[in-house]
Design a protein around this ligand. Structure first.
Ligand code: ATP
Ligand code: MG
Length: 183
């Protein structure tokens, strides 16, 4: 399913409502350092159900909310909506009602995130699975973060193994094994 539109409101540096049309074919985002290019990609990963605030370059998930500047106060909410072309009706049955699938994630300071699909409340898990099935999930190997290539090249063997395990999707197993050993 093609992503056709991304809408941001109060997400990181995008305090003003921002809408991006993504046409078929190659899309490039250009701009000076610090203008928000990586923030856009993070918004996309976030609405797909990213759970790691570290991978969003924050120290808590609330850090994705606009934190204010000298001339503007901070916000208490952030919202990202992504639109998928569903004209081929490939969406999971529960979300297959329209030619477009519309997924929104909203975070309220100190209250966590909520999701909506086609205007109806959904669980994070539903959204993560929707994208996992489309092989475009927040952790998909198709999304390569800035600095990641250099990191792999210069990593020590142990670190490199962790990166490869991450890519293979087995990183979570270590957490579970660790938990099991503690019991
Ligand atoms: P580069 O070319 O260096 O990679 P970039 O275009 O990818 O730059 P980003 O990293 O997306 O830039 O944007 C960084 C900017 O976003 C910084 O100015 C930072 O202050 C701002 N920013 C990040 N989080 C927030 C937030 N929660 N509230 C306000 N601004 C934020
Ligand atoms: Mg960047």
């Amino acid at each position: 399913m093609q992503i056709t539109r991304l809408k941001l409101l109060g997400f990181k540096s995008f305090v003003e409502p921002t809408e991006l049309l993504i046409e078929p074919g190659l899309t490039g985002v250009v701009g000076p350092n610090g203008c928000g290019k990586s923030n856009l990609l993070e918004a996309l990963r976030w609405v797909m159900g990213e759970t790691s605030y570290k991978s969003m370059r924050g120290s808590a998930m609330d850090d994705v909310i606009f934190s204010g500047t000298d001339s503007r106060p901070s916000r208490d909410t952030a919202e990202v909506t992504v639109y998928l072309d569903n004209s081929a009706r490939r969406a999971p049955a529960a979300f297959n009602d329209n030619d477009t699938v519309e997924i929104t994630r909203k975070i309220v300071r100190e209250s966590g995130s909520t999701y909506k699909v086609n205007g109806r409340e959904a669980r994070a898990r539903d959204v993560q699975l929707l994208f996992a099935d489309a092989a475009t999930g927040a952790r998909s190997q198709a999304l390569v973060q800035q600095g990641r290539i250099g990191e792999i090249v210069s990593a020590k063997p142990q670190q490199r193994r962790r990166i490869l395990e991450d890519a293979a999707g087995i990183a979570g197993l270590h957490g579970r094994r660790h938990e099991a050993e503690l019991r």
